[in-house]
Design a binder for this molecule. Structure first.
Ligand code: ADP
Ligand code: MG
Length: 290
Protein backbone atom coordinates (compact mmCIF):
# COMPACT_ATOMS: atom_id res chain seq x y z
CA UNK A 1 0.00 0.00 0.00
CA UNK A 2 1.31 3.40 -0.98
CA UNK A 3 0.53 5.38 2.13
CA UNK A 4 1.68 8.87 2.82
CA UNK A 5 3.65 8.77 6.04
CA UNK A 6 3.15 12.00 7.90
CA UNK A 7 4.37 11.05 11.35
CA UNK A 8 7.46 13.23 10.96
CA UNK A 9 5.44 16.37 10.27
CA UNK A 10 4.76 18.41 13.39
CA UNK A 11 1.01 18.33 14.15
CA UNK A 12 0.22 22.02 13.79
CA UNK A 13 -3.42 21.40 14.68
CA UNK A 14 -3.01 19.04 17.59
CA UNK A 15 -5.14 21.30 19.76
CA UNK A 16 -8.19 20.94 17.53
CA UNK A 17 -9.47 17.83 19.30
CA UNK A 18 -12.85 18.14 21.01
CA UNK A 19 -13.29 16.57 24.41
CA UNK A 20 -16.50 14.80 25.44
CA UNK A 21 -18.31 14.99 28.76
CA UNK A 22 -21.44 13.06 29.71
CA UNK A 23 -23.15 13.77 33.00
CA UNK A 24 -25.77 11.29 34.16
CA UNK A 25 -26.96 10.78 30.62
CA UNK A 26 -30.14 8.77 30.15
CA UNK A 27 -31.98 7.75 26.99
CA UNK A 28 -35.44 6.23 26.92
CA UNK A 29 -36.97 4.99 23.66
CA UNK A 30 -40.72 5.33 23.70
CA UNK A 31 -42.51 2.99 21.31
CA UNK A 32 -46.16 1.89 21.39
CA UNK A 33 -46.61 2.73 25.05
CA UNK A 34 -43.58 0.71 26.17
CA UNK A 35 -40.45 2.45 27.34
CA UNK A 36 -37.00 1.00 26.77
CA UNK A 37 -34.35 2.52 28.99
CA UNK A 38 -31.33 2.12 26.72
CA UNK A 39 -28.84 4.33 28.60
CA UNK A 40 -29.33 4.59 32.35
CA UNK A 41 -27.06 7.25 33.75
CA UNK A 42 -23.67 7.44 32.07
CA UNK A 43 -20.90 9.63 33.44
CA UNK A 44 -17.99 9.70 31.02
CA UNK A 45 -15.15 12.09 30.30
CA UNK A 46 -13.02 11.73 27.18
CA UNK A 47 -10.26 14.36 27.11
CA UNK A 48 -9.51 16.09 23.79
CA UNK A 49 -7.29 13.93 21.61
CA UNK A 50 -7.95 10.68 23.47
CA UNK A 51 -8.87 7.42 21.71
CA UNK A 52 -11.54 5.23 23.28
CA UNK A 53 -13.25 1.96 22.36
CA UNK A 54 -16.81 1.42 23.60
CA UNK A 55 -17.30 -2.28 24.23
CA UNK A 56 -20.15 -4.31 25.68
CA UNK A 57 -22.75 -6.91 24.76
CA UNK A 58 -25.37 -6.30 22.12
CA UNK A 59 -28.20 -4.17 23.51
CA UNK A 60 -26.06 -2.55 26.23
CA UNK A 61 -26.62 0.96 24.85
CA UNK A 62 -23.42 1.62 22.88
CA UNK A 63 -25.08 2.85 19.68
CA UNK A 64 -27.57 4.94 21.65
CA UNK A 65 -24.78 6.64 23.59
CA UNK A 66 -22.78 7.28 20.41
CA UNK A 67 -25.83 8.80 18.69
CA UNK A 68 -26.30 11.15 21.64
CA UNK A 69 -22.64 12.24 21.44
CA UNK A 70 -23.24 13.11 17.78
CA UNK A 71 -26.39 15.08 18.56
CA UNK A 72 -28.48 12.60 16.56
CA UNK A 73 -30.56 11.57 19.57
CA UNK A 74 -31.49 13.87 22.45
CA UNK A 75 -30.77 12.62 25.97
CA UNK A 76 -33.95 12.03 28.00
CA UNK A 77 -32.04 13.34 31.03
CA UNK A 78 -28.53 14.50 31.82
CA UNK A 79 -26.03 16.60 29.89
CA UNK A 80 -23.75 16.02 26.93
CA UNK A 81 -20.92 18.46 26.20
CA UNK A 82 -18.75 18.38 23.10
CA UNK A 83 -15.81 20.72 23.56
CA UNK A 84 -17.33 23.73 25.30
CA UNK A 85 -20.73 23.28 23.69
CA UNK A 86 -23.67 21.78 25.49
CA UNK A 87 -25.71 19.64 23.10
CA UNK A 88 -28.71 19.42 25.36
CA UNK A 89 -31.10 22.08 24.16
CA UNK A 90 -28.98 23.05 21.13
CA UNK A 91 -31.11 23.81 18.06
CA UNK A 92 -31.17 21.59 14.98
CA UNK A 93 -29.23 24.18 12.95
CA UNK A 94 -26.41 24.28 15.50
CA UNK A 95 -26.28 20.47 15.59
CA UNK A 96 -26.16 20.28 11.80
CA UNK A 97 -23.30 22.79 11.73
CA UNK A 98 -21.44 20.80 14.35
CA UNK A 99 -21.79 17.59 12.33
CA UNK A 100 -20.81 19.29 9.08
CA UNK A 101 -17.64 20.92 10.39
CA UNK A 102 -16.42 19.51 13.68
CA UNK A 103 -17.74 16.00 14.29
CA UNK A 104 -17.41 13.06 11.90
CA UNK A 105 -19.86 10.19 12.33
CA UNK A 106 -19.93 6.65 10.95
CA UNK A 107 -23.27 5.02 11.73
CA UNK A 108 -23.90 1.29 11.87
CA UNK A 109 -24.83 0.11 8.36
CA UNK A 110 -22.28 1.70 6.05
CA UNK A 111 -24.64 2.58 3.20
CA UNK A 112 -26.57 4.98 5.46
CA UNK A 113 -23.50 7.22 5.52
CA UNK A 114 -23.05 7.56 1.74
CA UNK A 115 -24.48 9.26 -1.30
CA UNK A 116 -25.75 6.07 -2.90
CA UNK A 117 -25.26 6.73 -6.61
CA UNK A 118 -21.95 8.55 -6.41
CA UNK A 119 -18.45 7.07 -6.41
CA UNK A 120 -16.15 6.92 -3.36
CA UNK A 121 -14.15 9.86 -4.76
CA UNK A 122 -17.32 11.93 -5.23
CA UNK A 123 -18.49 11.05 -1.72
CA UNK A 124 -15.24 12.30 -0.17
CA UNK A 125 -15.20 15.44 -2.36
CA UNK A 126 -18.80 16.14 -1.37
CA UNK A 127 -17.85 15.94 2.31
CA UNK A 128 -15.11 18.50 1.66
CA UNK A 129 -17.21 20.81 -0.50
CA UNK A 130 -17.53 23.66 1.99
CA UNK A 131 -13.92 23.76 3.23
CA UNK A 132 -12.08 27.03 2.86
CA UNK A 133 -9.01 27.01 0.62
CA UNK A 134 -6.73 27.17 3.65
CA UNK A 135 -8.48 24.24 5.37
CA UNK A 136 -8.43 22.24 2.17
CA UNK A 137 -4.62 22.36 2.22
CA UNK A 138 -4.57 20.99 5.78
CA UNK A 139 -6.96 18.05 5.51
CA UNK A 140 -6.16 14.76 3.78
CA UNK A 141 -6.75 14.76 0.03
CA UNK A 142 -9.50 12.44 -1.26
CA UNK A 143 -7.02 10.24 -3.14
CA UNK A 144 -4.74 10.08 -0.11
CA UNK A 145 -7.64 8.98 2.12
CA UNK A 146 -8.93 6.33 -0.28
CA UNK A 147 -5.40 5.05 -0.83
CA UNK A 148 -4.79 4.76 2.92
CA UNK A 149 -7.89 2.55 3.15
CA UNK A 150 -6.90 0.34 0.22
CA UNK A 151 -9.65 1.79 -1.98
CA UNK A 152 -7.55 3.56 -4.65
CA UNK A 153 -8.61 1.12 -7.39
CA UNK A 154 -12.29 1.61 -6.51
CA UNK A 155 -12.25 5.43 -6.36
CA UNK A 156 -14.46 5.73 -9.44
CA UNK A 157 -16.73 2.71 -8.96
CA UNK A 158 -20.38 3.40 -8.10
CA UNK A 159 -21.03 2.79 -4.40
CA UNK A 160 -23.74 0.13 -4.97
CA UNK A 161 -21.12 -2.03 -6.71
CA UNK A 162 -18.89 -2.08 -3.64
CA UNK A 163 -18.98 -4.80 -0.99
CA UNK A 164 -20.21 -4.04 2.53
CA UNK A 165 -16.66 -3.85 3.83
CA UNK A 166 -15.63 -1.48 1.02
CA UNK A 167 -18.62 0.76 1.69
CA UNK A 168 -17.72 0.71 5.37
CA UNK A 169 -14.26 2.06 4.55
CA UNK A 170 -15.68 4.74 2.23
CA UNK A 171 -17.97 5.81 5.08
CA UNK A 172 -14.92 6.22 7.30
CA UNK A 173 -13.08 8.21 4.61
CA UNK A 174 -16.10 10.55 4.43
CA UNK A 175 -16.27 10.89 8.22
CA UNK A 176 -12.61 11.92 8.54
CA UNK A 177 -12.51 13.98 5.32
CA UNK A 178 -12.82 17.30 7.18
CA UNK A 179 -10.28 16.38 9.86
CA UNK A 180 -12.97 16.61 12.55
CA UNK A 181 -12.26 17.46 16.18
CA UNK A 182 -14.23 14.38 17.18
CA UNK A 183 -14.77 11.13 15.28
CA UNK A 184 -17.63 8.85 16.34
CA UNK A 185 -17.72 5.47 14.62
CA UNK A 186 -20.19 2.66 15.28
CA UNK A 187 -18.64 -0.75 14.49
CA UNK A 188 -16.46 0.63 11.67
CA UNK A 189 -14.53 -2.64 11.25
CA UNK A 190 -17.34 -5.18 11.69
CA UNK A 191 -17.28 -6.29 8.04
CA UNK A 192 -13.54 -6.13 7.48
CA UNK A 193 -10.84 -8.78 7.23
CA UNK A 194 -7.70 -8.25 9.30
CA UNK A 195 -5.62 -6.36 6.71
CA UNK A 196 -8.49 -3.92 6.03
CA UNK A 197 -9.18 -3.57 9.73
CA UNK A 198 -5.52 -2.73 10.32
CA UNK A 199 -5.63 -0.14 7.53
CA UNK A 200 -8.60 1.47 9.30
CA UNK A 201 -6.76 1.45 12.64
CA UNK A 202 -3.66 2.95 10.99
CA UNK A 203 -5.80 5.73 9.52
CA UNK A 204 -7.40 6.43 12.92
CA UNK A 205 -3.89 6.69 14.38
CA UNK A 206 -2.83 9.07 11.64
CA UNK A 207 -5.91 11.30 11.96
CA UNK A 208 -5.49 11.38 15.74
CA UNK A 209 -1.79 12.26 15.48
CA UNK A 210 -2.07 14.73 12.62
CA UNK A 211 -5.21 16.63 13.60
CA UNK A 212 -5.57 15.89 17.32
CA UNK A 213 -8.94 14.24 16.60
CA UNK A 214 -10.64 12.66 19.62
CA UNK A 215 -11.82 9.18 18.64
CA UNK A 216 -14.70 7.14 20.06
CA UNK A 217 -15.29 3.78 18.38
CA UNK A 218 -17.98 1.22 19.20
CA UNK A 219 -16.57 -2.24 18.59
CA UNK A 220 -16.93 -5.92 19.39
CA UNK A 221 -13.30 -6.55 18.53
CA UNK A 222 -10.96 -6.70 21.57
CA UNK A 223 -7.99 -6.09 19.25
CA UNK A 224 -9.49 -2.73 18.28
CA UNK A 225 -9.87 -1.91 21.98
CA UNK A 226 -6.25 -2.88 22.60
CA UNK A 227 -5.01 -0.64 19.77
CA UNK A 228 -6.96 2.39 20.99
CA UNK A 229 -5.58 2.11 24.53
CA UNK A 230 -8.68 2.95 26.60
CA UNK A 231 -11.78 0.77 26.69
CA UNK A 232 -15.14 1.66 28.23
CA UNK A 233 -17.37 -1.38 28.65
CA UNK A 234 -21.13 -0.86 28.83
CA UNK A 235 -23.58 -3.15 30.56
CA UNK A 236 -27.33 -2.60 30.85
CA UNK A 237 -27.00 1.02 29.77
CA UNK A 238 -24.25 1.87 32.24
CA UNK A 239 -20.48 2.03 32.19
CA UNK A 240 -19.50 -1.26 33.78
CA UNK A 241 -15.73 -1.18 33.61
CA UNK A 242 -12.82 0.64 32.07
CA UNK A 243 -9.60 -0.70 30.68
CA UNK A 244 -6.42 1.26 30.26
CA UNK A 245 -3.61 -0.33 28.33
CA UNK A 246 -4.70 -3.83 29.26
CA UNK A 247 -5.51 -3.21 32.96
CA UNK A 248 -9.19 -3.51 33.88
CA UNK A 249 -10.86 -1.21 36.41
CA UNK A 250 -14.34 -1.27 37.93
CA UNK A 251 -15.91 2.20 38.04
CA UNK A 252 -17.61 3.70 41.09
CA UNK A 253 -21.00 5.21 40.17
CA UNK A 254 -22.64 8.35 41.59
CA UNK A 255 -24.73 6.14 43.88
CA UNK A 256 -21.62 4.34 45.15
CA UNK A 257 -22.31 1.23 43.09
CA UNK A 258 -19.47 -0.76 41.56
CA UNK A 259 -19.99 -3.19 38.69
CA UNK A 260 -18.31 -6.51 39.50
CA UNK A 261 -16.48 -8.46 36.79
CA UNK A 262 -18.61 -10.97 34.86
CA UNK A 263 -16.72 -13.87 36.42
CA UNK A 264 -17.81 -12.71 39.90
CA UNK A 265 -21.41 -12.01 38.84
CA UNK A 266 -21.67 -15.60 37.57
CA UNK A 267 -21.09 -16.83 41.15
CA UNK A 268 -22.87 -13.99 42.95
CA UNK A 269 -26.32 -13.47 41.39
CA UNK A 270 -28.20 -10.16 41.84
CA UNK A 271 -29.44 -9.85 45.41
CA UNK A 272 -26.40 -11.59 46.91
CA UNK A 273 -25.51 -9.89 50.19
CA UNK A 274 -21.89 -8.88 50.36
CA UNK A 275 -19.89 -7.75 53.35
CA UNK A 276 -17.49 -4.92 52.53
CA UNK A 277 -14.36 -5.01 54.68
CA UNK A 278 -11.95 -2.14 54.59
CA UNK A 279 -8.27 -2.57 55.34
CA UNK A 280 -6.31 0.61 54.69
CA UNK A 281 -6.28 1.18 50.90
CA UNK A 282 -7.71 -2.26 50.17
CA UNK A 283 -11.32 -3.29 50.25
CA UNK A 284 -12.40 -6.92 50.45
CA UNK A 285 -15.80 -8.25 49.50
CA UNK A 286 -17.14 -11.32 51.27
CA UNK A 287 -20.40 -13.09 50.57
CA UNK A 288 -22.69 -13.38 53.60
CA UNK A 289 -22.75 -16.96 54.85
CA UNK A 290 -26.21 -18.36 54.40
P1 ADP B 1 -25.94 -1.69 21.37
O1 ADP B 1 -25.46 -0.73 20.35
O2 ADP B 1 -25.03 -1.81 22.57
O3 ADP B 1 -26.23 -3.05 20.79
P2 ADP B 1 -28.37 -0.10 21.40
O4 ADP B 1 -27.98 1.25 21.85
O5 ADP B 1 -28.58 -0.30 19.95
O6 ADP B 1 -27.31 -1.16 21.98
O7 ADP B 1 -29.70 -0.54 22.15
C1 ADP B 1 -29.87 -0.41 23.55
C2 ADP B 1 -31.29 -0.87 23.90
O8 ADP B 1 -32.23 0.02 23.29
C3 ADP B 1 -31.64 -2.25 23.41
O9 ADP B 1 -32.49 -2.84 24.38
C4 ADP B 1 -32.40 -1.99 22.13
O10 ADP B 1 -33.32 -3.02 21.89
C5 ADP B 1 -33.11 -0.70 22.44
N1 ADP B 1 -33.33 0.12 21.23
C6 ADP B 1 -32.40 0.54 20.35
N2 ADP B 1 -32.93 1.31 19.38
C7 ADP B 1 -34.26 1.38 19.66
C8 ADP B 1 -35.39 2.04 19.04
N3 ADP B 1 -35.22 2.77 17.93
N4 ADP B 1 -36.61 1.87 19.61
C9 ADP B 1 -36.77 1.14 20.72
N5 ADP B 1 -35.75 0.51 21.36
C10 ADP B 1 -34.53 0.61 20.85
MG1 MG C 1 -25.08 -1.02 18.31
Amino acid sequence: MNRTRTGAVAPTHASRGLGVRCEEVVHIYRADGTDVVAVRGVDLVVPAGERVALLGPSGSGKSTLLAMLGGLLPPSAGRVLIGDDELTGAGEAALLRMRAHRVGIVLQGAARNLLPYATPLQNVRFAQRSLSRARRREVMRPDELLDALGLAALADAPVPQLSGGEQQRVALAVAVANAPGLLLADEPTSQLDHPSRDAVLDLLDEVNRRFGTTIVVVTHDPDVGARLGRTVTMRYGRVGQEGRHGEQFAVVGKDGSVALPDTVVADWPPGTEVLVERDGDSIRLRRRDS
